[in-house]
Write a protein of this length. Sequence first.
Length: 357
Amino acid sequence: MASQTKPNLVVVTGGTGYVGSMVIDQLLVEGYKVRATARAPKVETLKNTYPDAHGKLEVIEMADLVTDAGKWPTILQGVDAVIHIAGPVYHPGTTSEDIYSAAIGGTRKLLDALENSSVKRFVLTSSIAGFFKPDFSNIMDQTVYDHNTWSDIDDIDPKDHAPSYTYIACKAISDKLVWKAAERYPNIDFTTVFPPTIYGWFVKDYPTPRSVAELNGNKFVYELIQKDIKFPTWPITTIAHNRDVAKAHVLALTAPVLPKGEKKRIIVSLGTMTWVDAIEFLKTPEVVAKLKERGHDIIARLPDISAAGPQSQYGLDTSLTESVLGLKKDDYIPWKEILLEVMPNLMDWERAHPEAL
């Protein structure tokens, strides 16, 4: 299977976010022109995140993917590919209706706008959470999920569910919306990307996190040293670095077109890391010495592994990712390297920003 012609102009939604910012960074490094959407307060922030873009980054103000959907025909003009990353972030205070409207309403409006556009490639960021039951009740099962795994959920009424349930359900629903659109638009090559828990520090000029919540997935690593937390609570062990998740999105733009009927549902994962693994590694003399060089004493802060709770038992089959994108197990940033990057940055951030704690 030969790779395809490289797109010239790529639209990215959600570019101010954790994954989106890394995707834009890699697109620019690879020489793509990028047209990104952002809410008014974040337009300048997004531009300032890429001071070396040299005219290859255009930022379009878009108040909301639903209410501002009338802008899509103009935004998609001359565009070869779309990477749709924008989605609601679940946090206390967000309603189910808000989550559903942003995730499902926004995706529907964008997919509808592909009609009569010049777009030849469409990539959606989903999540492996879309494989689970939305209450996470089956994450302890020893199931192996692959690109043929589908959720039982086709749609929900958000009023009937808690926000956390709706957030997970929307991952599955958005995935199915994309593959319905693939039937409508046979001339567009579609890909859905399924990352696990994502760790890794931010792009160089990304805005400094103002709270623990803004650390994104790294907040789970922070629980290893966070005051008043006995042991990390996050139960998912499958992980990937932010850069590898971004790499998968960029590779999807030139990946081979699969035979009719086959779906590019790409799982991105280096494998697993348990909290016990992480603690034992962070306690090794080499790591302790590296952190001491930066003025940090980690030994006194790490939890006792006897406090460990159960963690997920499922597995992920990334064979399609390997065959279609060429992204092999050895190509991923290993979990020990992720910890060596994230933990020192977390401790530096914590020391520099006590007001954020």
